[in-house]
Design a binder for this molecule. Structure first.
Ligand code: SF4
Length: 105
């Protein structure tokens, strides 16, 4: 069983999407599942605290606070296995530029 994604310092007296949906959605190898988890996190009342805690703990993987973490850092999206297509690389560049312009890490 996966650890509960909620940061340990969060009082769980509210409804958290990651406690209501299957755990493996937040730690899936399938990029589409992770994108779905990100959408579910968007409505979470502790999203910012969750992300802050995950970054402090340098979580190795999973969706935390609506972001995908990879070895402690936020990544725009998880690539499927195999060599990325030119379309994937172009989309990654667009996402990185938009995040930089918005001041998002
Ligand atoms: S932001 Fe996402 S991972 Fe964090 S507690 Fe909320 S639903 Fe769970």
């Amino acid at each position: 069983m996966f650890p509960v994604p909620a940061a340990p310092d969060i009082a769980v007296s509210v409804s958290l999407p990651c406690l209501e949906e299957p755990d493996d959605l937040w730690f899936s190898e399938n990029p589409a599942d992770l994108e779905q988890a990100k959408v579910l996190c968007a409505a979470c009342p502790v999203r910012r605290t969750c992300l802050s805690g995950a970054l402090q703990r340098r979580e190795f993987a999973g969706v935390w606070g609506g972001e995908i973490l990879d070895r402690g850092a936020v990544i725009a999206r998880k690539r499927p296995r195999g060599r990325p297509s030119k379309a994937d690389l172009a989309r990654d560049a667009e996402i990185a530029a938009a995040r930089a312009e918005a001041g998002v890490a």
